[in-house]
Design a protein around this ligand. Structure first.
Ligand code: ADP
Ligand code: ADP
Length: 225
């Protein structure tokens, strides 16, 4: 079990010219929740997500993941622009991140095989990302994130670059993964439609500075396995 604790967080970028990216952000996320953070461009969604990923530090306040498992930082992140390596094959991309986490070769092979299969990528294992469509590349990105077995999956506008039809397909695949794996997902989007469709909890932000202005719990949470 784990919990994400975001307490009184502020983020100021820059030194001479400063940007108040976030102010007074308080949020607690429980194990297994699917939380969508929604708001206009520039309201600090990415900043908040990057702090949960331990990529940015808050200027004030604290961001903490309390967990029982011994893991340096139990998150994995999926970005809008895929963030996969063009010089690595699909399977090398999915395996990336396992070695530094101390996962052995046999276990790596097993996890890569499992996630390639889950994401419909088995036939593309030896292929380079350049020859894949946007949707397939984003599947690689999700497979890579899930292969590290993170407690918290962080997603920053992962489907924003896809056309509407493909977006629906990937959204459904993501929900299936979440239900099957019961992982915590924190999903950033500027689309209220997407937030309501996916989240069992929707956190709404406004800009200048970025603040949480409201929260909505979806009345009929999806079943969990
Ligand atoms: P969102 O993800 O909601 O679009 P961001 O977190 O990217 O918002 O940005 C919040 C604010 O902080 C914006 O005004 C943005 O321009 C600013 N910002 C983001 N990253 C940096 C940075 N590295 N340096 C300076 N300002 C930044
Ligand atoms: P930090 O000091 O928090 O590590 P950086 O200043 O190193 O952040 O910037 C992180 C990333 O954000 C860089 O890739 C940078 O190009 C980008 N960035 C810089 N300024 C802005 C801005 N005003 N809005 C959005 N992104 C920005």
């Amino acid at each position: 079990a784990h919990k994400i604790l975001i307490k009184d967080v502020a983020k100021v970028y820059g030194t001479r010219q400063t940007v108040d990216a976030l102010a007074d952000v308080n949020l607690t996320i429980d194990d297994g929740e699917f939380v969508c953070i929604v708001g206009p461009s520039g309201c600090g969604k990415s900043t908040l997500l990057r702090m949960v990923a331990n990529l940015h530090r808050p200027t004030a306040g604290s961001v903490e993941i309390v967990t029982e498992r011994a893991q340096p930082w139990p998150t994995a992140m999926v970005f809008q622009d895929y963030g996969i390596f063009p010089w690595k094959t699909v399977e090398q991309n999915v395996a990336f991140g396992l070695r530094p986490r101390g996962v052995g070769r046999a276990e790596t092979r097993q996890r890569v095989g499992r996630w390639l299969q889950q994401m419909g990528l088995t036939d593309f294992a030896k292929v380079y990302p350049a020859s894949l469509s946007g949707g397939m590349r984003q599947r690689v990105s999700i497979a890579r994130a899930m292969a590290v077995e993170p407690e918290v999956l962080l997603m920053d506008e992962p489907f924003a670059a896809l056309d509407a039809q493909l977006r629906r397909v990937l959204q459904e695949e993501l929900l299936a993964i979440w239900q099957k794996n019961a992982r915590t997902v924190v999903f950033v989007t500027h689309s209220l439609d997407e937030a309501i469709l996916l989240g069992d909890r929707v956190v709404v932000m406004s800009a200048r500075p970025g603040r949480i202005i409201g929260e909505h719990h979806v009345p009929f949470p999806r079943p969990r396995t």
